[in-house]
Design a protein around this ligand. Structure first.
Ligand SMILES: Nc1ncnc2c1ncn2[C@@H]1O[C@H](COP(=O)(O)OP(=O)(O)OP(=O)(O)O)[C@@H](O)[C@H]1O
Length: 253
């Protein structure tokens, strides 16, 4: 368990008697870019909701960095430990520039209104420059968030999330609606982020998963079907059954 960033044991969630997650065991190593995949309704979003404290498991155990017990913590406490979530729809400020959006996020300890009135200091400005470079928005510093393409909005929000140096980043379908080039750059960006943080991504795009995943977990009907590298899980007969059975075809795109 030494290298575990996240360790979940017997996690279960019920919605009015329906088992969305049923005794799920899941772990992730530090520095991993890990993909969570599975058919619609498999429980992927529910699992991310449990990790960030939005939804509570009816039992089991959940540890962060080997020792911090997440089970009884509220979402804001879990976020303060360094677990950040990036949702599928970008939630940037359309009227603010790329730089200003990042400026608002650079110091999470400042209140929202204090962030609005106080300019970033030189250390914070350097950090913003570094993040703009990382998320391919160096030349868009003065562009309004609302004027960015869909892909660039996603990168800006990723930048607003990683500027706080999360230890674990949870990401919902980051490449939905992106062009091929944007997908590739996003994959490289996620790999880059995983060098300093650990990243757990929910994704349906199998070509993207095959190209960038360090490891993959397959959820099916609220339970883990298998976990391993892409090649191993894509050859697993039960996985092939699930995907072929659902009309989803081979895992290989
Ligand atoms: N708040 C809720 N109340 C009732 N049922 C819910 C609730 N949230 C999720 N569910 C059900 O739990 C199951 C798992 O949902 P979840 O959104 O976690 O699946 P998913 O794998 O993320 O699916 P998708 O890939 O379609 O987003 C689904 O059958 C869903 O309808």
């Amino acid at each position: 368990m030494v290298d575990d960033i996240l360790y979940l044991e017997n996690i279960s969630v019920e919605f009015s008697g329906f088992k969305a997650l049923n005794r799920v065991n899941f772990f992730m190593n530090k520095g991993e870019l890990h993909f969570l995949i599975g058919p619609n309704g498999a429980g992927k979003t529910t699992l991310l909701d449990v990790i960030c404290g939005k939804t509570k498991s009816t039992g089991g155990r959940m540890f962060f960095q080997g020792k911090k017990d997440l089970m009884s913590l509220r979402p804001q406490h879990i976020a303060r430990l360094g677990i950040s979530r990036k949702f599928q729809a970008p939630s940037i400020f359309s009227e603010l520039t790329v730089f200003e959006n990042l400026e608002l996020s650079v110091n999470e300890n400042k209140s929202f209104f204090r962030s609005l009135v106080k300019e970033a200091d030189s250390e914070e400005k350097n950090k913003i420059e570094e993040i703009m470079e990382k998320v391919n928005l160096k030349d868009e510093s003065n562009t309004r968030g609302g004027d960015l393409s869909h892909g660039k909005k996603q990168w800006l929000e990723l930048g607003m999330t990683i500027i706080r140096d999360p230890k674990l980043l949870l990401v919902d379908e980051p490449v939905a609606g992106m062009t091929g080039k944007e997908r590739d750059l996003t994959g490289q960006l996620l790999q880059d982020i995983a060098q300093n943080s650990s990243v757990l991504v929910v994704e349906h795009d199998m070509q993207f998963v095959e190209q960038f995943a360090h490891s993959v977990t397959i959820l099916h009907e609220g339970a883990i079907l298998c976990q391993g590298d892409f090649n191993t899980v894509s050859k697993d007969p039960t996985v092939i059954d699930v995907y072929l059975g659902r009309g989803g075809g081979d895992l290989h795109a």
